[in-house]
Design a protein around this ligand. Structure first.
Ligand code: TMP
Ligand code: MG
Length: 221
């Protein structure tokens, strides 16, 4: 049996440069003759993805539990195709994954409260248990100042300073738990220039993308 592809997840706040870094990494892999593809979550093209998209644009309102489960269901829709591609030796770069799922939902607070969580952290984590686990999760850590200087946030739900600050705190906790469960979690200073960020990312993935012998693990299992 040949080696399987690597599953590389890139996470971070809005305006952290995730999509740019993911695209640059894909080009570099293709230039190095590594079979690779880029996917992103939410995948807004599926039926569930369209519901998520409409919620994010504030064109619809959904109960917070419901939208959380839809984000997760959107990943499960793609889970078997991710497994299949990896098995066939293709490396996958994934722009956001289950870590964003927990971070954005678990950082919501009850109306009228300063910090009381609306959704329980463990509850937020549970629907993603058993998804394909990434071989590495790379967290692009951007400061508020730099994120603002990059043109500020757009129009979508969650693209607000207070939300992003709370989300970042939850990402820190998620990273610790992912590492605790044997996962590889790399925090990269995304305030640096794009070329420098890419150098750090490349250094972290260059061995993984040669192919992996071991089995694909299950997330939070
Ligand atoms: P995007 O800007 O990468 O398309 O992501 C859209 C928003 O959705 C972003 O603010 C993060 C948020 N999000 C969640 O709330 N839960 C999830 O599971 C994912 C993947 C993203
Ligand atoms: Mg966005």
């Amino acid at each position: 049996m040949g080696k399987r592809g690597a599953f590389i997840v890139i996470e971070g706040l809005d305006k952290s440069g995730k999509s740019t870094q993911a695209a640059t990494l894909l080009r570099r892999l293709q230039d190095s003759q590594v079979s690779a593809k880029l996917i992103k979550f939410p995948d807004r093209t599926t039926t569930i993805g369209k519901m998520v998209d409409s919620y994010l644009r504030s064109e619809s309102e959904l109960d917070d539990h419901v939208i959380h489960l839809l984000f997760s269901a959107n990943r499960w829709e793609l889970a078997s195709s991710i497994e299949e591609s990896l098995k066939q030796g293709e490396t996958i770069i994934c722009d956001r994954y289950a870590f964003s799922g927990i971070a954005f939902s678990a950082s919501k607070i009850r109306p009228g409260s300063h910090s009381y969580p609306l959704l329980d952290y463990a509850w937020c984590r549970s629907p993603d248990i058993g998804l394909p686990a990434p071989d590495i999760a790379i967290m692009l850590d951007v400061s508020q100042d730099v994120a603002q200087a990059r043109g500020g946030y757009g129009e979508e739900r969650y693209e607000k300073e207070d939300v992003q600050r709370r989300v970042r705190d939850v990402f820190v906790r998620i990273g610790e738990e992912f590492e605790g469960s044997g996962g590889k979690w790399l925090v990269v200073d995304a305030d640096e220039k794009p070329d420098e960020v890419q150098t750090v990312i490349w250094d972290a993935v260059k061995d993984l993308v040669k192919g992996i012998e071991g089995p694909l693990e299950k997330l939070w299992d």
